[in-house]
Design a protein around this ligand. Sequence first.
Ligand code: NAD
Length: 484
Amino acid sequence: MKNYDNFINGRFVPGSGGDRITVTNPSTGQEICTVPESRPADVEEAINAAERAQNDWARRPAVERAKALRALAAKIRERIEPLARVITEEQGKVLPLARVEAAFTADYFDYMAEWARRIEGEILESDRRGETILLFRQPIGVIGGILPWNFPFFLIARKAAPALVTGNTIVIKPSEETPHNAVKFCELMAELDLPPGLINVVHGRGAAAGKALAGSPRIGMISFTGSVETGSAVMAAAAPHITKVNLELGGKAPAIVMADADMDLAVKAITASRVINSGQVCNCAERVYVQRSVAERFVERLAASMQASRYGDPLADETVDYGPLINEAGFKKVSGMVERARAAGAEVVTGGARGQGDGGYFYSPTVLVNCKQEMEIVRREVFGPVVPVVTFDDLDQAVSYANDSDYGLTSSIYTRDLNVALRACQEIRFGETYINRENFEAMQGFHAGWRKSGIGGADGKHGLYEFTQTHVVYLQRYQGQGRA
Ligand code: NAD
């Protein structure tokens, strides 16, 4: 078993304490590798490196900075298969999805590189004679990036690419569940001739390394992706220094199925949404509202489709639809929520049990009916292959159920009626709505949750500008004696 180090100032360095985190395969329980359980002093060292690199980096033309992003993209593309295997082994997603994640990460670096010539300021009309007002977009400085485990490799790019192209440097703390892919990313960085200190990676747990990063007075912004509870702790750590926070938090996406919907499409998309990454995706359908007149037919087909989903160790069988849940805590959360839903009156149509598999945290594909809006299973993020179904009478009721949530990340509706789709879009209060398709955001969009799903967002122009701060300059033409 290999013991890996942090990556600071362009070099691999051990953590300052001797403690280590052991990474395990959630399909088999087998140990994969260890990484340092870093202390606040290690985070400080990484921030020092990022700080030292930042001035020079920001002074370079953006097109030159973009070259680094393109070089990273090219390196990733050379290694899609080994990277995908590392992601699958520690995280449990199926290999085809891990390959998509690795390739998408390369595309994301390229996409953000394309912004180099498009970072724009503004020239504003002044109230004064002879004055010009200029608005510049400046880098923030050192960014802190804290990552979750569900798309761990892609999240490196989602934080680092916009940070670097806009002239920032970054310190990243990967999830303690999935640090191995981040080590592989650092190995690939080490092969490139990049200035040291641009991207520094410090492994460790949230309570020590994560808290130290979010609470450092020397970072300009903490960009965090993870749960609402941790997001709140990150905000609290950032508060004493008024550090800007960018939070991508959990979701409880409603999927509304109208009576006129293409039933095959709805069933297929919702099934895919619930089994992709074992249901551990922030944007995917977490609760389904179906119109009463078609509810029976829909549930029958959804149950059959979920039941047909195959799970297992994705490295042992490449044809499975999904793998295990991330760890025992994740498994207990999902099974506990299904048990409590049952006790509250929900009926399990299919699934609702531990899945077969040697030592893995597998959960069977599950459909629950007779769910009510007030049930925990309809209100809290499950993060597993579980679909609770609620029936509704008309669009007003569906929209009011959908909006009745602490979360506000994504939503979807299935209908053939454009007026219904348009009205739903006008009334639904979420950061994203998908019509007649699965929930999966594009890199040129803006992934940003309402309510407890986050502050700010990621991707596209708006996501890029999150990593900048404005500087307004008032330029008064000199009108002294003898001047024009
Ligand atoms: P988590 O909140 O448990 O952990 C996320 C990260 O925060 C980890 O790196 C962890 O070490 C760190 N952390 C924990 N405590 C901390 C603290 N006190 N201070 C600083 N850092 C701390 O989340 P998770 O279980 O890794 O990820 C799953 C969650 O992420 C789900 O809720 C999911 O919806 C959400 N998510 C959201 C998006 C999005 O784009 N909105 C994307 C992916 C995942």
